[in-house]
Design a protein around this ligand. Structure first.
Ligand SMILES: [Zn+2]
Length: 499
């Protein structure tokens, strides 16, 4: 290890490449998607990320407070989506490594990574990144990385990094705090106070994202036990990784990384204990849902509406197209009177607008974006109303504002009534986060017997105050909690719940 800066303030490189990759989505993630996410280099990283509540924001703040001379490299994130293109990955990695070489000599490297990134044919991106960084800085320079708890971790990553930390919460409200904790670990490494020894354990378990809340079982049990372990002086940090089930890689799924201060046997024992605990409670991670026809039949038995039919497989916030049709099919088959559903279908909007308000039209609606969300449904219905698709949210504290500002623009919209089913056709997909989405065109949310929401959680603020019941459905879609729907090729088997 260099002794040059031991007395002065340490020179620490910082950067990261983060992506949560849904390998079953066809559209690749390219540099353009990183450019519209976060993509900054050099001093811009410190300027743009310092004030954020992100993991790297926590690192920058704590490192600056410690008086370290940060050497910013490259920081890149994009929205969760399909496999990152080989070109994009190599460009980003080359950029990061070039900045790193320019910053030598270094006393340490801090990385913000996700853990579930897949790029081209590279199925273990984070291990590749850390190994390439290691090649540049050498074996003696400590590398500390912060991961998203949805990362799919291979044993190789544990071997190549000096210390790995991860968020402890989902939603990720502690990213900033974990960034600061990474600085604490690095500071102790630089003072040579600690010798991190990590152990990794994998319970061979896939958790659907719907089951990765840290306030709920099974993860709440692990975090409670891990907190007790971390209270011991010998335990430096514990990463309870839920994994990301939609990234088809060999080590996809849950894992545990326990890092102790030079006590390898204790690390192995605790990692195994946490992994066994998760495995023992694996049934609590199984989704509870009904087939769409059964869900509609059950909703029809409930006198008061609206019953909320949750189509989380077509969770628009998770990147799906918002045009899944299985719930619509079920409502039409049951001849539901006053059922509502929103479908993103620009082609159907155009046909209805051309026909005009009051016209009767026959057309195919939905399931046009890909082959994952059912089949288009041939319907004959009346064009009840047309709109420009602009509405102001009713919720005073609306979550739309962060994405859309104070007005939501869905593109041109049509209220198409088929039998007793009210279909809101929109040009742009829009999550069901506010009742004004339906009301703006004349569909009364409170008057529906049942309403389909294409969301996992985001619908709750708007719909729970009026809902008489909530029924989760097992529908087709890229965000399905039913993991048997996905054609895994790379995942190590056997794994629960597939085998
Ligand atoms: Zn996450």
């Amino acid at each position: 290890m260099s002794s040059r800066s031991r007395s002065a303030s340490p020179r620490i490189a910082i950067g990261g490449i983060l992506h949560e990759t849904h390998t079953f989505m066809e559209q690749p993630t390219t540099l353009a998607e990183f450019a519209t996410g976060s993509l900054c280099r050099g001093e811009d990283i410190l300027r743009e990320m310092r004030e954020t509540r992100s993991g790297i924001g926590g690192m920058i703040e704590a490192a600056s407070a410690s008086g370290w001379r940060l050497q910013p490299t490259l920081y890149a994130t994009a929205m969760p989506a399909g496999t990152v293109s080989e070109d994009a990955y190599q460009a980003l990695l080359t950029d990061l490594l070039d900045h790193l070489r320019g910053a030598l000599p270094l006393d340490g490297v801090l990385l913000a990574l996700h853990g579930a990134m897949v790029a081209g044919d590279e199925l273990d991106v984070e291990t590749d990144i850390v190994a390439r960084v290691r090649d540049v800085v050498g074996a003696e320079t400590p590398i500390v990385a912060l991961l998203d708890m949805h990362g799919n971790i291979s044993p190789g990553l544990v071997d190549v990094a000096d210390a790995l930390l991860a968020y402890d919460t989902n939603p990720h409200i502690d990213a900033h705090a974990r960034g600061a904790e990474a600085i604490d670990v690095m500071a102790r490494l630089l003072r040579r106070e600690i010798v991190p020894t990590a152990a990794y354990a994998r319970p061979a378990l896939l958790l659907p994202p719907q089951s990765t809340g840290t306030d709920d079982e099974p993860l709440s049990l692990l975090h409670a036990r891990a907190a007790d372990m971390e209270a011991e002086d010998a335990v430096l940090c514990i990463a309870v990784m839920a994994g990301f089930a939609y990234a088809d890689t060999p080590y996809c799924g849950a894992s545990v990384i326990v890092t102790t201060d030079n006590q390898p046997e204790l690390a192995r024992q605790y990692a195994r204990e946490l992994s066994d605990l998760l495995h023992a409670r694996r049934d609590t991670a199984l989704p509870r849902f009904l087939q769409p026809h059964a869900a509609v039949a059950q909703a029809a038995q409930i006198d008061d509406g609206p019953v909320i039919l949750v189509d989380s497989a077509d969770n628009i916030g998770g990147g799906t197209p918002g045009d899944g049709t299985e719930a619509l099919m079920a409502m039409l088959d049951h001849d539901v009177q006053e059922g509502a559903i929103v479908l993103a279908d620009a082609e159907a909007v155009a046909i209805c607008r051309a026909a005009g308000q009051g016209a009767t039209v026959t057309l195919d609606v939905g399931a046009k974006a890909d082959n994952w969300h059912g089949a288009p449904v041939r319907v004959t219905g009346r064009v009840q109303a047309l709109s420009d698709g602009v509405f102001a949210p009713e919720l005073p504290d609306n979550h739309f504002a962060a994405f859309y500002g104070n007005e939501v623009h869905m593109g041109n919209c049509v209220w198409l009534r088929v039998g007793g089913v009210n279909i809101l056709l929109t040009e742009r997909k829009t999550p069901p986060m506010d009742l004004a989405q339906l009301r703006h065109i004349g569909i009364i949310p409170e008057a529906q017997r049942m309403t389909v929401v294409k969301s996992a959680v985001a619908y709750r603020a708007a719909y729970m105050p009026i809902a008489t019941a909530v029924i989760e459905m097992d529908t087709a879609g890229l965000c399905s909690a039913n993991l048997r729907r996905f054609p895994y090729r790379h995942l190590k088997r056997p794994v629960f719940p597939l085998d």
